[in-house]
Write a protein that binds this ligand. Structure first.
Ligand code: ARG
Length: 462
């Protein structure tokens, strides 16, 4: 017989050029285990509706189990002639059960509700995998924060020296953004835990099938869709997944860019482990931060997957359109990229060496304690706008003489402003500057320790 699910009203088979264009089996074959799970659930509701006898159901499930084993060991594979994974697996079932029984499974379902369901199942599994990989990266960053809990570094804005911060505070900033990504994945999963099975092509089924039973069978905690048109045509769950994975890529690229800069001779803040860096084919001395660069590069690709998908969805009329077949490769790619990138990235972070002395030495450089002069003056009752100007005057004086703020003499201070008493020197050191920023979320060791405890508690419950 014809393997196609739609050949009857056609006089001719598809042109080769059409078959080549139309085929998705080469990329949707990874959905085969989900399609088989969907088929088992569908067989059970056909039985519930009186459309399969108990004996037929039993033989149907056995046939599907056999097919699943054959798919798993590679003895059954879909081909371009099958068009897609749904058609290929139905051919496999017909080959195993014969047309009389095998031909009954298609009743009351369409590839449109099948694909919408399987795609959700696949992405939900990968959201969990990616969430787990993010947690491992967070553990590595927390490990760095704990191992160097007391190390100060130059905090930057505009990449210029701004104010000293704790290295741990900086690491935990990255942990925080990754926590939001992990939370996004969990919230997305809750929204996506709704099954479109039973929507049919777009209008539902006349066969008295129970979509809620299929939903429960397939692990959709929030039941079946409330609207069969929306169930088959909506792909915002895909777009949102693509956004979250792109956001993860962007967050990784921001860490990556810092690692690349910190790893330069000029910064020398970190040294990458040999096992997580690469050499040059011509320059024997080179040790390159390729993992970080690939993270930066792949973030562009992940953004591309999102924007391409959005463009595909834009202005599509309801319900299913074949354009929607273009929705899978971008997010499959996003999963694949993150699933190879994250373990390498985590390895790079977990094994890098922090050059504590270098960070500490640069922490007060670039007049990064000027704000502390201004805030000390505010505590003496000086209006901040005046204090800001006075502190700026100190920087100007230092630059003119090529000295640092704590090298200004009592006379120089007094000349700049009558408010600048010698006691101002108590805040002109990194330790004091850090310790004074002790409000919630600040960079004082006490505040960072509290943040670390919160972050670790959060990571444990995820
Ligand atoms: N392969 C299609 C997709 O990925 C699913 C099949 C629906 N095809 C159809 N002609 N109605 O969206």
């Amino acid at each position: 017989g014809d393997v196609r699910l739609w050949g009857a009203r056609f006089a001719d088979g598809p042109a080769e050029a059409l078959a080549n264009l139309s085929a998705s089996v080469h990329f949707d074959w990874r959905l085969a285990p989900y399609d088989l799970a969907g088929s088992r659930a569908h067989a059970r509701v056909l039985h519930k509706a009186g459309l399969l006898t108990a004996d037929e159901l039993q033989r149907m499930i056995a046939g599907l189990d056999q097919l699943e084993a054959d798919v798993a060991d590679g003895s059954f594979v879909g081909t371009i002639a099958d068009e897609d994974c749904h058609t290929a697996l139905e051919r496999g079932l017909l080959e195993r059960l014969g047309p009389d029984l095998g031909g009954k499974l298609r009743a009351g379902r369409s590839r449109n509700d099948q694909i919408a369901t399987l795609f959700r199942m696949y992405l939900r599994d990968h959201a969990r995998i990616i969430g787990g990989l993010i947690a491992e990266l967070q553990d590595a960053l927390v490990g760095l924060a704990e191992a160097h809990a007391d190390v100060a570094m130059p905090g930057r804005t505009h990449l210029q020296h701004a104010q000293p911060v704790l290295f741990a505070h900086h690491m935990l900033a990255h942990v925080q953004s990754l926590s939001r990504d992990a939370e996004r994945l969990r919230q997305w999963d809750t929204r996506t835990a709704v099954s479109p099975y039973g929507s049919g092509a777009l209008a539902g089924s006349s066969l008295g099938l129970d979509p809620e039973a299929v939903a429960a069978d397939l692990g959709f905690e929030r039941g079946s869709v409330g609207n069969s048109i929306d169930g088959t045509a909506s792909r915002d769950f895909v777009a949102e997944f693509a956004f979250i994975t792109a956001m993860i890529g962007v967050n990784l690229s921001r860490i990556a860019e810092e690692i690349i800069i910190w790893n330069t001779k000029e910064f020398s803040f970190v040294t990458l482990h040999d096992a997580f860096s690469t050499g040059s084919s011509i320059m024997p001395q080179k040790k390159n931060p390729d993992i970080a660069e690939l993270a930066r590069g792949k973030s562009g690709r992940l953004i591309g997957n999102l924007t391409g998908l959005m463009a595909t969805l834009k202005a599509l009329p309801l319900a299913y359109n074949r354009d929607l077949q273009e929705d899978k490769e971008p997010v499959f790619d996003s999963c694949d990229q993150l699933e190879v990138l994250l373990p390498a990235f985590t390895g790079m972070m977990a094994t890098l060496t922090v050059n504590r002395e270098r960070m500490e030495a640069l922490a007060p450089a670039g007049f990064s304690l000027a704000t502390d002069i201004a805030e000390w003056l505010v505590k003496q009752g000086v209006p901040f706008r005046v204090a800001h100007e006075v502190a700026g005057g100190c920087v100007k004086e230092c630059e003119a003489h090529g000295i640092e703020l704590d090298q200004l003499t009592d006379e120089q201070f007094a000349k700049i402003s009558e408010h600048l008493k010698p006691e101002v020197r108590t805040v002109l050191n990194v330790k004091g500057a850090l310790a004074s920023r002790n409000g919630r979320g600040g960079t004082a060791p006490s505040a960072v320790a509290a943040q670390l405890a919160e972050v670790k508690a959060d990571l444990r419950v995820q």
